[in-house]
Design a protein around this ligand. Sequence first.
Ligand code: NAD
Length: 407
Amino acid sequence: MVAQTYFKQAAERLQMDDGMRAILSTPKRALTVSIPVRMDDGSYQVFVGHRVAHNMARGPAKGGIRFHPDVTLDEVKALASWMTWKCACLDLPFGGGKGGVAVDPHKLSMLERERLTRRYTSEILPFIGPDQDIPAPDVYTDPQIMAWIMDTYSMTHGTTSLGVVTGKPLALGGSKGRDKATARGVQFVLREACRQRKMSIKGAKVAIQGYGNAGSHLATLLHAEGAKIVASTDSHGGVLDPKGLDPARLMAHKEAKKSLKTFPGKAITNKQLLELPVDILVPAALENQITANNASRIRAKIIAEAANGPTTPLADDILFKRGRIVIPDILANAGGVTVSYFEWVQDFSSFFWDEDEVDKRLEVYMKRAYASVAQTAAKHKCSLRGGAYVLAVDRVAEATRVRGIFP
Ligand code: NAD
């Protein structure tokens, strides 16, 4: 798992002792549960679910729950550690967590999904809560599922506990601006990277791989700032237009035809998109897209990782040596978890902010994190990713040191 590679590099740079390395690389706790569900036809099926809190030195664990057939405990553990470093990189008062159920939710009816969610919640109930572990949506989970988790937790405790999950519907303590938060975060760090490179977003040529939540909102935001979205793809392929594409028309086409592949213009593949002569490349779909095989052909000056893990460690080295700025995932796409943090804060105070206020505060967090990461990278003469991991790992190590090891 790549997060482990980056953790080890950071521990080396920090000259961390073996004991602290062992503490920080081991999950604090991992729970596996059986989830029996009564299906609509009266039969029963048993699903397997997990919840892992990787580290809670800086605060409650924070991380999504995914419903996907490929979910395994090892994958959940790896993703939980990723959340520890992401939250620490942004200086959020959270540790890292993750959960998942091995299920294809598309094969379940709405009522079956609700029963699965409520039973999973009740099985992990002693280990979640606003001050110990706070789930959120992830792959194939959504605000409705968060609402069921919140309700199950609240009914069991006899109180309304909004802060037990984030990514909730607005009607139930969700935060304004959460839907666009990841894209906004990418926009804010891109502005900083452009400043560092003495470039402007206005007029910059941008290619975006993936036109889902992160990719489509980002296209809209950058277009409004004067950037030219010259290419975008989804899982089937996509379109290139050097004169610039209109994000609203791309969205309308994707909604109507389910893909960008047939959008009028020059058709391109995902592979071609990555190697286009653009200023900014945004992988916003899948992991392992930029590898040792294509890194030497990437022409973008700045690569902003909206997706998790789109660049392999070898490719990251190649890009760094070629003078490209790669804004690493644990910084670039942390706008989502940062606004989740804002949601948790708003839930506690029962006082809700308007979208402008959410965006302004997000900008402060993203800018500050970018500056700290760039400063750390310069100090250690390494890539922004190297800097981000050193910063994050050092913060968690420091919290662990000052707390001390109980008893
Ligand atoms: P999404 O499901 O809304 O969209 C994913 C997009 O990627 C879709 O357009 C899909 O067609 C496309 N895609 C799938 N396979 C592809 C392929 N082989 N080539 C090109 N495109 C492909 O997902 P999302 O929420 O936008 O998340 C995208 C990435 O961003 C993921 O890696 C996710 O972990 C990461 N991320 C998202 C958020 C968030 O708040 N949405 C937060 C942090 C990280």
